[in-house]
Ligand binder design. Structure first.
Ligand code: BGC
Length: 415
């Protein structure tokens, strides 16, 4: 307050300087892979220009499972970070506890309601109030293919799961790892949900995953899903267990593996390695899922603070995230597409142009559906229950019959 006693320009200068020094955000996130960190730097730089200091709290681990554990520990200790990367149902859970800052004024001022898709708003708003700023739209039903290996196999991209198996056989014959997969619960879940969509189609995905219908979870279509998972497992290499997703992407980038099923954050790794879509790698919807999008969206939530400088910085972060120029600069690096529907696709590469078009089409047909593996299909407890069964089955610890019995039971118990 001392500066209020000073007069004239000196007072203004000191006051501005002090305000800037006080503004800081501590950001908890899991963007630690090369492409992710490069995208995050865009945000850090933008905030630095606004005079907001950035305290980084990275917690490695794809899909944010470890980050959410770290967050609970911080909040329990009475030391909430100011801003947190978060997904779907986790946002809802924290909102329900009444600890998230209300972003209504900023959202109103910037007209978020007109440009953020309704499916995202369902999670960015709680009880009619904005409590999260969506950064992007990612989706999980993608396949990333090494272009040289594909050309060697005849160059035709697989249109359904049988054609995928044929392509994987061709990769095997080339002596490379047919399918690069990392055995972690969330990655097994990411592969499984793409197979569910491919085998059963969007209506089955809705029934089995979004509605958790016990008959769909334990029925004949799900049997085919688990059988296909067993078959896919035969195309993994022997060291898949526990491998991080970006290391699997690296195998495809280096031509040691033919393909990887993964969300479009994988593209960030290809780009960072200097590769170009259509030249070095090919992006297609997971075979048999064209027309549907399993989405997730990274959002920033702000934990309420009683320090004016921190609150101001939180608003600057939220505002920076929704800036259309940032949406372009960030998402072209990250592999995602903008959360705002009014951003032109001009600066985006072919994969992202396709991604943006797919979002529009899938939304129009009612097949823009939340990804289970990335927090938009079911609350965390159900998601984890599915991961357990899927992983045990994929690792050969339980048979398909057992998986079909356990899946509806585990989901029901977690609800
Ligand atoms: C996030 C992405 C992230 C990926 C891998 C997903 O849940 O939405 O932003 O790149 O996990 O860490």
């Amino acid at each position: 307050m001392r500066h209020f006693l000073l007069a004239g320009t000196a007072a203004l200068a000191i006051s501005a300087g002090m305000a800037r020094a006080e503004e800081s955000v501590e950001v908890l996130h899991w963007w630690t892979a090369g492409g992710e960190a490069a995208a995050l730097n865009v945000l850090k730089d933008n905030l630095a220009k606004e005079g907001v200091a950035w305290k980084d709290m990275p917690v490695a681990g794809g899909s944010g499972v470890q980050a959410m554990t770290a967050l609970r520990a911080r909040v329990t200790a009475g030391d909430s970070p100011t801003a947190v990367q978060m997904l779907g149902f986790d946002i809802r859970d924290w909102a329900e506890m009444g600890v998230l800052a209300n972003l209504d004024d900023l959202a109103e001022k910037q007209g978020w309601g007109n440009v953020i898709p309704a499916a995202l708003q369902e999670f960015s708003k709680y009880d009619g109030h904005w409590i999260a700023a969506p950064v992007n739209v990612h989706s999980t039903n993608w396949l990333w293919i090494n272009k040289a290996a594909l050309d060697k196999a005849g160059g035709k991209v697989p249109a359904n799961i049988d054609e995928l198996f044929a392509l994987l056989d061709a990769f095997k014959a080339q002596g490379i790892i047919p399918l690069a997969h990392g055995g972690q619960g969330w990655q097994d879940g990411t592969l499984w949900e793409a197979v569910v969509l491919s085998v059963g189609g969007p209506d089955f995905y809705k029934k089995a995953v979004l509605e958790a219908d016990p008959e769909a979870l334990g029925g004949d279509t799900m049997r085919t899903v688990f059988d296909d998972m067993t078959k896919l497992r035969s195309y993994f290499d022997t060291s898949f267990s526990g491998r991080d997703w970006n290391l699997s992407s690296a195998l495809v980038i280096e031509g040691k593996a033919g393909a990887q099923e993964m969300g479009d954050w994988a593209k960030g790794e290809f780009l960072r390695a200097g590769q170009k879509p259509g030249e070095d790698f090919v992006c297609i919807r997971f075979p048999g899922t064209q027309g549907s999008v399993l989405f997730n969206s990274d959002q920033f939530v702000m934990f309420e603070q009683d320090d004016a400088g921190k609150t101001e910085a939180q608003l600057k972060l939220a505002s920076a995230v929704e800036d259309p120029a940032f949406q372009i600069a960030f998402n072209t690096v990250k592999g995602s597409v903008p959360a705002r529907t009014d951003v032109p696709d001009t600066d985006f590469d072919d994969c992202a142009k396709k991604g943006m078009k797919d979002v529009v089409e899938a939304s129009a047909s009612g097949n823009f559906m939340g990804s289970l593996a990335h927090g938009y299909g079911q609350p965390a407890a159900v998601k984890e229950a599915v991961f357990d069964v899927v992983t045990q089955h994929l690792n050969g610890q339980i048979t398909t019959d057992e998986a079909l019995k356990r899946l509806p039971e585990a989901v029901a118990a977690a609800q």
